[in-house]
Design a protein around this ligand. Structure first.
Ligand code: NAD
Ligand code: TYD
Length: 352
């Protein structure tokens, strides 16, 4: 049985955060997991229905930019670990509203770092601040090459620039104040509970509703896809066994051109929905490209495999089938998200 610990997970009502919360709450009954989330449009407590009654789970509705609220949580729960996922995460939104990304991803992360530093100033022994970041901080690759932990930062979108800044602050706090930290940069995730503004759930939702499938530009951009539960298992591994002050790249060695991926999804959906082969692909519509669209991301995950023994547990074929099955079995979740009904869940669930 693991030792008793009090761990703060920020952004736990979001896509990846909810998988991390579920994994920690169920796998470590001795840990008290405090999920702190502001419940922005991307935060959905319906993602955590299956664990919300667990005795080792606590939800706190708060903003990571609110220093007072953070101090209260650090003191009230005697935190010894933080897994920081709360962020604005969608590139397209960062293009229309960069300042909200600076606010949460930069100011919010530094506010959280300050709270940890203040709470742990007596002794940093046994404490750990884990910052969850993205491979997008490394910029855009051409046709070959992979991102390594040593690849220089070269962010190209307001989203990746804000995540890069937050990564720099975490390392600066490690160097200046000796805050014990680990950091990881992961490739694109896919899986259940993914907000349908991102490519895969958006396409699944539009295919099911017979709506156009908007492919940006020529669909030639490449992303390296990892099943979200494998990301959660990597976070678990790094949180527990990663070396202090180190960075780990996480990825699935699974590169796909957007257009090929959309065709693959159309084929799976044709089969699952009993449509004639090629029916869903007729919905593909090429639309104006994203401004400054990064061409290719691809991760070399050799370090985490060699040093910590982590590897993805399933293939893309298996993961994508599971993912499509989940959305088909959970159309209510999709309908709540697309109608905005999920926003009322907090009031119904927590207004006591
Ligand atoms: P998401 O947008 O689904 O969830 C973000 C969560 O953070 C939401 O629950 C939201 O309510 C919360 N949040 C936002 N602003 C907040 C604030 N100011 N205070 C408190 N909570 C706030 O994001 P995601 O896709 O789950 O990503 C989680 C983390 O993983 C992010 O840091 C992101 O940069 C990183 N990441 C994501 C991917 C990916 O493919 N989605 C890949 C690599 C890294
Ligand atoms: P996205 O899921 O937004 O992730 P990111 O931009 O952070 O990698 O987009 C994945 C890829 O899919 C990216 O190249 C942009 C493209 N895309 C489309 O072609 N159409 C869409 O409607 C969306 C949301 C994304």
């Amino acid at each position: 049985m693991s030792a008793q610990r009090n761990i703060l997970i920020t952004g736990g009502a979001g896509f990846i955060g909810s998988h991390v919360v579920r994994r920690f709450v169920t796998k470590y009954p001795n840990y008290r997991i405090i999920n702190l989330d502001a419940l922005t449009y991307a935060g959905n407590l319906e993602n955590l229905r299956d664990v919300e009654k667990a005795s080792n789970y606590v939800f706190v509705k708060a903003d990571i930019c609110d220093a007072e609220a953070l101090t209260k949580v650090f003191k009230g729960y005697a935190l010894d670990g933080v897994v920081h996922l709360a962020a604005e995460s969608h590139v397209d939104r960062s293009i229309t509203d960069p300042l909200s990304f600076v606010r949460t991803n930069v100011f919010g992360t530094v506010t959280l770092l300050n709270a940890a530093r203040e709470a742990w100033k007596g002794s940093m022994e046994g404490k750990r601040f884990y910052h969850v970041s993205t491979d997008e901080v490394y910029g855009s690759l051409h046709d070959d090459g992979l991102f390594l932990e040593t690849t220089p930062y070269d962010p190209q979108s307001p989203y990746s620039a804000s995540k890069a800044a937050s990564d720099h602050f975490v390392r600066a706090y490690g160097n200046t104040y000796k805050l014990p930290f680990v950091l990881s940069n992961c490739s694109n995730n896919y899986g259940s509970h993914h907000f349908p503004e991102k490519l895969i759930p958006l396409m699944i939702n539009n295919i099911r509703n017979n709506k156009p499938l908007p492919v940006y530009g020529k669909g030639e951009n490449v992303r390296d896809w990892l099943w979200v539960e494998d990301h959660a298992s990597a976070i678990d591994t790094i949180f527990h066994t990663g070396r202090n002050g180190e960075t780990y790249n996480i990825g699935g060695h699974n590169e796909w051109k957007n257009i090929d991926l959309v065709h693959l999804l159309c084929g799976i959906m044709d089969r699952k929905l009993g449509r004639a082969e090629g029916e869903s692909a007729k919905l593909i519509t090429y639309v104006t490209d994203r401004a400054g669209h990064d061409l290719r991301y691809a991760i070399d995950a050799g370090k985490i495999e060699r040093e910590l023994g982590w590897k993805p547990s399933i293939t893309f074929e298996v993961g994508l089938e599971r993912t499509v099955d989940w959305y088909i079995a959970n159309t209510e979740w999709l309908d709540h998200v697309t109608s905005g009904a999920y926003l009322h869940y907090y009031e119904a669930q927590y207004a006591r």
